[in-house]
Design a protein around this ligand. Structure first.
Ligand SMILES: NC(=O)c1ccc[n+]([C@@H]2O[C@H](COP(=O)([O-])OP(=O)(O)OC[C@H]3O[C@@H](n4cnc5c(N)ncnc54)[C@H](OP(=O)(O)O)[C@@H]3O)[C@@H](O)[C@H]2O)c1
Length: 331
């Protein structure tokens, strides 16, 4: 089979970005070491940015987004992979300016692929996807900076979203007391089912923005939103604790002073899942397949197909998704 189905975004002269499902041929894919038959992908906020023409994500149209893909190698010119190997590809340029996982076939450099670890199947790896990987990377980095379950509650912002929901579940799994910030009053039960002990509204998390410091509460924090909520969380870190910053759905800005850093000895940790070297990516995936393996992942998955993706893209951009959208390429 050389023809395959793909979700495609065009760019019109008046800067509209219409979406459709098209038939493509593998001959149209870029050069690369591996041709992969994609079985599952997932929907991330960045895919929403790509599908609406955000130039920081995608410049070349027509384009097939999808920063995540899991599937089977069909052709390989690399000695590291053979036809039939199950692989995961996330990050690097996949779905940005390289046709991504919202197509049934991708062609990628071997250096973008990781063997699917024992302990995960293609679908569960994509319930995690970039969002789950990033949540785990945040926790990994926070623990590397000294975070421990007895160090106080850990705050997660944007908690019902992809990164947030998996961060809540993973931290609870590892024995942390998780406090979750959400804008969705209807999703408190969902967050409790993931293991959140306490739930704060976005308004609660935004209180005291004018104060240089807040009462120390958090033994660590995972922030997916940026802006005042991020810096409020830093101001309420306990002495020496850390916050991992990975997102910007509220704002790319940090309204900051140096006070928490010079008076509370706290750390702001940057987290990037895209260009992280492959060996470090594999280490995190192996944790997610082993000691950090999460049960009942299906409870946070919303099944999607190429035909239902467009509506879900609108919802993720509006901050309305709950959990993870998992795309079945053959659904
Ligand atoms: N650094 C990296 O490598 C990396 C990797 C993955 C993702 N990210 C970034 O992380 C962020 C989250 O990605 P995602 O895929 O998890 O997106 P998502 O599923 O849309 O989750 C984001 C969540 O943030 C909350 N939110 C939305 N708008 C908000 C606002 N204006 N103010 C405060 N909270 C708001 C919502 O949760 P509640 O309703 O529960 O508040 C929403 O569900 C994005 O900025 C993404 O680009 C970065």
């Amino acid at each position: 089979m050389t023809a395959f189905r793909a979700f495609r975004v065009e760019k019109t002269e008046d800067r509209q970005f219409p979406r459709s499902i098209v038939e493509r041929d593998v001959a149209e894919l870029p050069d690369g070491d591996l041709l992969v038959d994609v079985e599952f992908s997932s929907l991330n906020y960045k895919d929403g940015l790509s599908a609406t023409g955000n130039p920081g994500v995608t410049r070349n149209f027509p384009h097939t987004p999808g920063i995540d893909a899991a599937g089977t190698v069909v052709e390989s010119s690399s000695s590291d992979f053979a036809p039939g190997d199950a692989v995961i590809a996330i990050g690097f340029d996949l779905g940005m300016n390289t046709p991504g996982g919202f197509g049934q076939r991708i062609r990628i450099p071997a250096g973008w692929a990781i063997p699917l670890p024992d302990g995960l199947d293609a679908r569960s790896s994509m319930i995690l996807g970039t969002a789950g990987f990033t949540a785990a990377l945040c926790v990994h980095k926070l623990e590397g900076a000294g975070m421990r379950p007895d160090g106080g509650p850990v705050l997660v912002t944007g908690a019902t979203g992809g990164v947030g929901s998996i961060a809540v579940k993973l931290l609870a799994h590892l024995g942390y007391e998780v406090h979750a910030v959400t804008g969705k009053a209807s999703s408190h039960d969902f967050l409790r089912s993931l293991g959140a002990r306490e739930i704060l509204s976005r308004e609660d998390a935004s209180k005291g923005v004018d104060r240089p410091l807040l009462k120390p509460r958090w033994g660590g924090a995972v922030d997916t939103v940026g802006g005042p909520i991020l810096f409020n969380a830093i101001k309420a870190l306990r002495y020496g604790a850390s916050l991992a910053a990975c997102g910007l759905v509220a704002s790319p800005e940090i309204p900051a002073t140096v006070f928490p850093f010079i008076l509370r000895h706290v750390n702001l940790l940057g987290v990037d899942s895209v260009e992280l070297p492959l060996a470090q990516k594999a280490e995190i995936w192996n944790k997610l397949a082993g000691p950090w393996k999460l049960d009942r992942l299906d409870e946070l998955a919303e099944p999607l197909t190429l035909d239902t993706l467009s509506g879900a893209i609108d919802r993720i951009l509006a901050g309305q998704m709950v959990g993870r959208g998992v795309v079945d390429l053959n659904g």
